[in-house]
Design a protein around this ligand. Structure first.
Ligand code: FES
Length: 158
């Protein structure tokens, strides 16, 4: 993650060390592979005037924080209100059926994990899944299966 992105997340959370958990979670959700890498953790420590050891203690203490890549593809399902009304919950049902894992669990082949995210700015094409910086919208079961297959065989690049 770029230093600019980390700084943006720190500022969004008020720039105060007491908000470090929210910052770490935001960094995790913003990362492509769903974890806080060592460089990002060190940058947060530096920006907040904390020791790197303290930040790593937090990262390893809280189970919700990940220090290793969760999967090759982290599928972020928007569940903010507009997408919720376009049946974002059905998207996760299809993902569970197709991938055989629940929200937040990684598939055995290490390819996929999926979780909820806040609005990604594509409300007009909900429900949506964001993978890296790409947003896939108007998702029904067929489109989701197509997306998963495309990511698996490389015909869809993200
Ligand atoms: S509410 Fe889902 S993209 Fe905006």
């Amino acid at each position: 993650m770029t230093k600019e992105k980390v700084r943006e997340i720190i500022e969004k959370n008020g720039g105060r060390a007491e908000n470090i958990l929210a910052m770490l979670l935001d960094c995790q959700y913003a990362s492509y592979e769903g974890y806080v890498d060592a460089e990002t953790a060190a940058h947060i420590a530096h920006e907040l005037g904390l020791s790197e050891t303290r930040v790593f203690e937090l990262l390893t203490y809280y189970a919700m924080l990940q220090t290793k890549p969760q999967a090759k593809y982290v599928l972020m399902v928007c569940n903010s209100s507009p997408c919720h009304f376009t049946k974002a919950n059905e998207v996760t049902q299809v993902l569970e059926k197709q991938l055989g894992v629940k929200l937040g669990e990684t598939t055995a082949d290490g390819l996929f994990v999926y979780h909820y995210t806040a609005c990604v700015g594509a409300c007009d094409i909900g429900p949506v899944i964001k993978v890296n910086d790409k947003v896939f919208g108007n998702l029904d079961e067929g489109a989701i299966v197509g997306l998963l297959n495309g990511l698996r065989d490389g015909t869809i690049e993200v």
